[in-house]
Design a protein around this ligand. Structure first.
Ligand SMILES: Nc1ncnc2c1ncn2[C@@H]1O[C@H](COP(=O)(O)OP(=O)(O)O)[C@@H](O)[C@H]1O
Ligand SMILES: [Mg+2]
Length: 324
């Protein structure tokens, strides 16, 4: 079997906060195959972004430190790479898009020049207007020949995110990491950007790690889904299986909080309690204090990940009892 494009092996990341190190990501193991779309879901503060940023070792150290595990990109561990080796991964093999396109674009540069900058770094032979136009077309920007002369503020939020995606694609990444790419956009634009990602996935064959707190979108986009809670993966399954029969009580709770189509509601209002932050994780199962089926023993011993079916993982010995 070929090595996966990305393999996280028992990743551990800590932050220095208030004179102590607190673990934010605690033993995450995941793979992404070439061309695969993996959705990483979970409430705010579960460790999704920290996991994603670790792929290209993008977290500033300090306050972060990598205390364990491996991040293998095409078999090579980015946590052990020299800065020079990392530069070919960052924005090369792996590209990122983030929540706030406005914050990542340079306000005083025309978008043509920003895209050219990305091209210069990674594909200097194609750093020309024709390639910029091709990329802007690829992401659905109308009249790219004239729009490329615009500055970011002349574009709407949705168009800015398209430009960010064009910049990410400029380097022809094998893996696009999209960290809540639509959260800052309004609902109709969100749908358009997700549709664009789906289209790009089909047309470019790149793999996508899509981070979202919205399970409503995974049916259309994801091949597989990993659910994170308090720094750990608590469930992993194909998107179809997860939607058909979620196993972990946390996944079930998340799915109950998905807004009905066409009726957007404030996100995640239905799970009582909050995600405990790094350093404040309870003993035993970290979800137990919020879990509707928790038993006394759940708070005594941390459940491991079990494999109830091939390709499925769940961190709850009582998931059969959770009901649908
Ligand atoms: N730069 C940082 N310094 C200190 N703590 C951080 C930093 N970045 C993230 N964290 C902590 O790590 C935890 C996980 O964060 P994050 O991965 O951003 O969550 P998510 O993306 O799932 O919302 C958060 O609770 C946060 O407190
Ligand atoms: Mg995040």
């Amino acid at each position: 079997m070929p090595a996966p494009l990305l393999e996280l092996r028992d990743l551990q990341v800590e932050f220095h906060v208030d004179d102590a190190w607190a673990r934010a990501v605690d033993g995450v193991s995941l793979t992404i195959a070439a061309g695969e779309t993996l959705c990483l879901v979970g409430e705010s503060g579960c460790g999704k972004s920290v996991t994603a940023l670790s792929i290209a070792r993008l977290l500033p150290t300090p306050p972060a430190r990598y205390t364990g595990g491996h991040v293998l990109v095409e078999g090579l561990d980015t946590l052990a790479m020299s800065d020079k080796e990392l530069r070919s991964v960052r924005g090369g093999t792996v590209s990122y898009i983030f929540q706030e396109p406005g914050a990542s674009l340079n306000p005083v540069m025309r978008i043509r020049d920003q895209i050219k900058e990305a091209l210069h770094l990674h594909r200097p032979e194609r750093a020309d207007d024709a390639e910029v136009v091709r990329l802007l077309k690829l992401v659905g920007i109308p009249a790219p020949e004239s729009r490329m002369r615009d500055h970011p503020h002349q574009l709407s939020g949705g168009m800015q995110q398209r430009v960010m995606i064009a910049m990410a694609l400029a380097t022809q990444p094998k893996l696009l990491v999209a960290d809540e790419p639509t959260t800052a956009l309004d609902v109709t634009i969100q749908a358009q950007i997700l549709e664009l990602l789906l289209d790009l996935k089909r047309r470019t064959g790149m793999a996508i790690l899509l981070i979202t707190h919205n399970l409503g979108i995974i049916g259309d986009l994801a091949d597989r889904v990993a659910v994170m809670y308090a720094g750990q993966v608590v469930e992993l399954a194909s998107a179809q299986e997860l939607l058909r029969r979620p196993l972990h009580p946390y996944t079930r709770a998340l799915m109950r909080s998905v807004p009905e189509l066409g009726h957007p509601v404030p996100r995640l209002t239905t799970i009582p309690g909050i995600v405990p932050g790094p350093g404040r994780w309870p003993a035993g199962c970290r979800f137990a204090p919020r879990c509707p089926i928790a038993k006394p023993e759940c708070s005594a011993k941390m459940p491991g990940l079990s494999e109830p079916e091939p390709g499925r993982q769940v961190r709850c010995p009582f998931s059969d009892e959770a009901g649908s």
